[in-house]
Write a protein that binds this ligand. Structure first.
Ligand code: UDP
Length: 229
């Protein structure tokens, strides 16, 4: 093991270009001020991430995903992670609703891309892409590429989920460099996305844990059921 984060562990392999990503059941929110466990979350997030990465690859988005190894582990290309979290939003929710005093649920006319500096001590502050370029976290070319890829992810996932009765409200992505190429990394699951049922607007994601709404495991199971069919 060479890295342990809040929800995952990373292991190196005999191939320096490949790593194993292990999914834990640990759940945190508000920069780890709230902690808990979501039963079988690791298994569900591993499976859902596999499904989304495969879907994205079929649609021309290059990702770090190689293959799922077992219930909790996937084989990935090793990335030099760019310390900028990309959030794409289709509907107002979460920190954006709070920061700008907007009602949660307001649809956005166009997908909105935001950039956050990945730093626990600073609480992942919102930045302009220019900050990332200025401080050498990414080049202007990389930022442009990442923005294009993030919008493509939004387009592909939104369509796929819409067909399954789910609204893709917003989500967070991480990117990294691998052999000179920018790849989508991390995971795509109810920990990192907001999913709302299209009919009832019921939350099917980690907000159930963040806001103590109950039915957390059930929501993750329901999302997996929808994307597997
Ligand atoms: N998100 C994430 N990790 C973070 C912050 C946000 O995966 O450290 C995801 C979150 O699940 C949501 C989207 O990014 O789908 C936008 O989150 P927001 O900025 O609204 O922050 P939050 O309300 O989660 O604090």
């Amino acid at each position: 093991m060479f890295y342990e984060g809040k929800a995952k562990k990373l292991y190196s392999t005999s191939d320096p270009g490949l790593v194993i990503q292990y999914f834990k059941d640990d759940a945190t929110a508000f920069n780890a001020k709230k902690r808990g466990t979501i039963e079988e979350k690791g298994v569900m997030n591993n499976r859902m991430s596999e499904l989304f990465f495969n879907l994205l690859e079929r649609n021309g988005v290059r990702t770090h995903f190689v293959r799922r190894l077992n219930d909790r582990e996937m084989l990935c290309r090793r990335l030099d992670i760019i310390p900028v979290e990309i959030v794409v939003r289709n509907i107002v929710a979460g920190s954006m609703a709070k920061r700008l005093g907007r009602e949660e649920g307001e649809p956005l006319k166009h997908p909105l891309v935001e950039y956050y500096y990945k730093s626990d001590p600073l609480d992942d502050p919102l930045i302009y892409p220019e900050h990332a370029i200025e401080f050498g976290w990414a080049t202007a070319g990389e930022i442009e590429k990442i923005r294009t890829m993030a919008l493509k992810v939004d387009e592909v996932l939104s369509r796929f989920l819409d067909e399954r009765g789910v609204l893709l409200v917003d989500f967070k992505l991480e990117f990294g460099r691998h052999q000179g190429e920018i790849l989508l990394g991390d995971e795509i699951c109810p920990d990192t996305c907001r999913f709302w049922d299209k009919q009832t607007r019921q939350k099917l994601d980690k907000d159930r844990f963040r806001r103590d709404l109950g039915g957390v495991e059930e929501a993750y199971h329901e999302m997996l059921r929808r994307v597997e069919t």
